[in-house]
Design a binder for this molecule. Structure first.
Ligand SMILES: Nc1nc2c(c(=O)[nH]1)N[C@H]1C(S)=C(S)[C@@H](COP(=O)(O)OP(=O)(O)OC[C@H]3O[C@@H](n4cnc5c(=O)[nH]c(N)nc54)[C@H](O)[C@@H]3O)O[C@H]1N2
Ligand SMILES: Nc1nc2c(c(=O)[nH]1)N[C@H]1C(S)=C(S)[C@@H](COP(=O)(O)OP(=O)(O)OC[C@H]3O[C@@H](n4cnc5c(=O)[nH]c(N)nc54)[C@H](O)[C@@H]3O)O[C@H]1N2
Ligand SMILES: [Mo]
Length: 749
């Protein structure tokens, strides 16, 4: 594995080559092009990759490199059939890589684990549902977890959460618990809404964007267009990221022939500040401190602060008293840089704060989000056009799943309305988060685990220790499109249930169905699949959820699983009945260009916080890291390459970082390499340095020099997940702190 410097821009020809390589390898049908032409457009198929907004006036091509890869990946012609499982035992398959497992293609038949032969064997749907139903009936519902990875539609998600509650639990963790739960908890506490306050159009009006720990070039490439347009209008982007991400530096628009021919694109970031991992609290403290210091010119919006906020005096006093020495040390940034950023902030009329996993995946992530909100509140930058807080969500419907009831927090769900609509007594006890679920599985109190998509065992922290406990589960059920490692770490009874992918046609009793999803901007979009299903045996996710529910629960006149499966419009009616304001006229509005807005109170300066005001928060730490510095200790950032979607590995090229060939690499800066006596290409092991006496190790990484702050190393998710202690998570939301993991480097012998 050699590192090659990449000086090209994001977008450009490289992105087209990226699409073409996956297209060729996946032997995707040419009909994919028809799906791509309709992708993210009104009446088309909504991309299953990220949750970025879908504009009312789409570009001719409204998909990106990674959205195209996701569609091509779904529409592969490869099939992972019962014959494949006959040829390989589950024990053998456990030795396969994530890449090789998914490369087998789409699952085609329901499968049951057969212990005698250690193989998955084909079974019928009725048999699978009956056995799962009997298994669930035999268990205490409180000992069962229903996990969801954020892809399934609003309709499926609503029924899944309803099934959990009718059965008797709130154990509904979501991939969000490893992702933006810090947002759901953090923003709810300070602005009263658990989601972003911006809409897509705000990017047409902002004067500055303060951009923290989100990598648009790889993870939400369609965002590059509004960013480029904003810069061309004169908007300034101030980026805080330990890694110099190409996507935030330079963009060549693949839809602009002149830019494609000349290679000349747009420089995106006005300032690029390589903050240390977890250094954002201190960096923001420095910016706020200077904004307060230059306030004589009426920089601070006193009227807004008086009318709308609480806690300003205490916060301002804290920021004024904070020492620059400490700010510089904890952020890794120089005072002069932070003062310059503060001056840009103070001059900008409208500012948006954007963030992603770089803020959420830290032990004090909630406090980082609180600090970003503090900065925005100083000048009334929330709740008006061109301003606001903008968390960039991950999975395409992850925010929507929370909106329609997939939540382990019963207080966020209108249980009273569900009780009326479905004539039952909903469970009221809080359910399990992802971390709680892992702990309960290790303790043996959780007995069964149902997954609506995802690759839970691969995505969670401390994977190796979890895998042993996992095998003691009585029942595991996975609804999936492709084979992954979680399916091979199975309970005593285990089912693998293959489903339609979103681009595929979903025919039911009333005809072709539409599903809906919610984007990062709280806009809801209808999505229609038209491709013929990968196999005639596949069922839709909704039909599978309804099939399991019907087999588990007693008959009831109000629980109309078959009718709901026959016509998803009836499920949308139920969603509307449960959430009448947000989902008013749901069926009539779902194809509105740009989606319909379900409304976010903080967007309109309605603060549903405890105090009824937007809250300044005074942090009690300067670093978001859970474990401080020590000799020989590095803080590991677990990162996504440009060639993966979470645990789905499309290939081994991280084009935008100029890396290719292997994912088993350790990124480290040359000065740290010299200090540690390491040379490029050395083989090293990473060992946990969390101070809890537990041995966690990843072996055989190749040392690769890279531009990172001192004391910070980088490696890929999910390969590095064994190093993240289960207890190392955001204090308030329990989101695993995958961005600042304490490790030491050992030379491999
Ligand atoms: N192609 C593709 N698209 C995806 C995904 C994918 O895997 N592949 N995943 C989807 C999902 S589920 C999600 S949640 C999103 C994730 O999208 P992002 O939120 O962009 O998540 P990451 O790539 O994990 O990390 C984001 C950035 O945080 C920076 N960072 C790390 N530590 C810190 C820190 O302490 N401070 C600051 N300021 N920055 C830091 C990293 O260098 C990186 O650039 O993307 C979604 N879209
Ligand atoms: N160290 C570290 N760990 C992390 C992160 C990190 O940055 N660092 N990021 C975290 C984040 S942000 C997230 S969101 C989680 C992701 O955790 P998950 O959401 O659980 O994982 P994915 O990799 O997205 O799941 C991939 C699998 O989903 C299935 N699948 C794909 N499409 C569909 C579909 O349409 N329907 C169904 N039913 N199944 C489908 C396929 O079988 C595929 O193998 O990981 C988290 N873990
Ligand atoms: Mo995510």
């Amino acid at each position: 594995m050699g590192i090659k410097r990449y000086n090209g821009a994001t977008g450009g020809w490289g992105s087209l080559r990226g699409i073409a390589s996956v297209f060729g390898r996946e032997r995707a049908s040419p009909a994919v092009l028809e799906t791509l032409a309709r992708q993210n457009k009104p009446g088309g198929t909504m991309c299953t990759s990220c949750a970025w907004g879908k504009p009312a006036r789409p570009h001719l091509v409204e998909f990106c490199e990674n959205g195209a890869k996701a569609t091509i990946w779904d529409l592969t012609r490869d099939r992972c059939t019962p014959a494949f499982f006959a040829a390989h035992t589950v024990t053998q398959l456990r030795a396969w890589s994530d890449y090789d497992l998914e490369m087998q293609g789409r699952l085609t038949s329901p499968l049951r684990y057969d212990a005698a032969s250690d193989r998955y064997v084909a079974c019928g749907w009725d048999e699978a549902f009956a056995d799962i139903g009997a298994g669930l009936q035999a268990l205490d519902p409180k000992s069962v977890v229903f996990y969801a990875s954020g892809k399934a539609s609003l309709e499926t998600s609503y029924l899944y959460a309803l099934f959990a509650r009718l059965y008797g639990h709130n154990n509904l963790p979501d991939s969000s618990n490893m992702c933006h739960e810090t947002t759901s908890v953090g923003l709810k506490a300070v602005v009263g809404s658990p989601v972003g306050t911006c809409v897509l159009e705000d990017f047409e009006h902002c004067d500055a964007i303060f951009y923290f720990g989100q990598n648009p070039g790889t993870n939400s490439p369609r965002f590059l267009h509004p960013l480029r347009d904003a810069v061309k209008r004169g908007c300034k982007i101030i980026t805080f990221n330990p890694v110099r991400e190409r996507g935030l530096e330079h963009f060549v628009d693949p839809q602009n022939p002149l830019e494609m021919l000349t290679g000349h694109g747009t420089e995106l970031s006005t300032m690029y500040l390589q903050v240390g991992p977890g250094g954002d609290i201190a960096a923001l403290m420095g910016v706020c401190k200077h904004v307060l210091a230059i306030d004589s010119a009426g920089v601070i919006d006193r009227a807004f602060i008086a009318d709308h906020t609480k806690g300003f005096d205490e916060f301002a006093e804290h920021a004024r008293a904070a020492s620059w020495d400490e700010i510089e040390r904890a952020s890794g940034l120089a005072r002069a840089e932070l003062e310059k950023a503060a001056e840009i902030y103070a001059k900008a009329e409208r500012v948006i704060g954007v963030y992603g996993m770089g803020l959420t995946q830290h032990v004090h992530g909630t406090q980082s989000i609180g600090m970003l909100v503090n900065l925005l509140l100083l000048r009334g930058n929330i709740g008006r056009q061109g301003a606001g807080i903008c968390p960039v969500r991950g999975h395409s419907n992850v925010q929507g799943q929370r909106s329609v009831g997939i939540s382990e927090k019963p207080e966020l769900v209108p249980l009273g309305r569900l009780a009326e609509l479905f004539d039952f007594e909903p469970p009221r006890e809080p359910g399990l988060t992802t971390v709680d679920a892992c702990e309960a599985i290790r303790a043996g109190t959780v007995k069964a685990f149902v997954s609506l998509g995802g690759n839970f065992v691969r995505a969670i922290p401390e994977r190796e220790a979890m895998e042993d406990a996992w095998c003691d589960l009585a029942l595991t059920v996975s609804i999936a499109t492709k084979l992954n490692r979680s399916h091979l770490i199975h309970g005593k009874t285990s089912y693998l249930l293959p489903c339609l992918a979103r681009p595929e046609e979903d025919m039911q009793a009333s005809g072709r169905q539409t599903v809906t999803i919610e984007d990062s901007f709280s806009h809801i979009h209808g999505s229609i699949g038209k491709r013929s299903p990968a196999d005639a045996r596949l069922l839709s996710e909704l039909a599978i959820v309804a099939g399991m529910a019907k087999a588990t629960l007693p008959p009831h006149p109000k629980w109309r699983w078959d009718e709901w499966t026959g016509d998803y419009a009836l499920v949308r009616d139920l969603i509307e009945a449960t959430y009448p304001e947000e989902f008013r006229d749901f069926n009539a509005r779902m194809f509105q260009p740009g989606g319909f807005y379900r409304g976010v109170p903080a967007h309109d300066r309605i603060w549903k916080t405890q105090s009824g005001r937007a809250e300044f928060t005074t942090p009690d730490v300067m670093s978001a890291l859970g474990v401080g510095d020590a000799p020989g200790r590095y803080h590991l950032i677990t990162m996504r390459s440009n060639d993966q979607f979470n645990t789905t590995i499309y290939g081994f090229a991280d084009r935008l970082r100029g890396l290719a060939g292997s994912r088993m690499i350790l990124l480290i800066n040359p000065a740290d390499m010299a200090r540690a006596g390491l040379r490029e290409g050395d083989r090293v092991d990473l060992v946990s340095d969390a101070g809890d006496g537990v041995h966690r190790e990843v072996r055989g990484l190749t040392v690769t020099p890279f531009d990172l702050p001192d004391g910070c190393v980088g490696g890929y998710y999910p390969e590095m997940n064994v190093l993240v202690p289960l207890w190392y998570h955001d204090k308030a939301s329990k989101t695993p702190a995958s961005k600042g993991v304490p490790v030491i480097i050992k030379k491999a012998v």
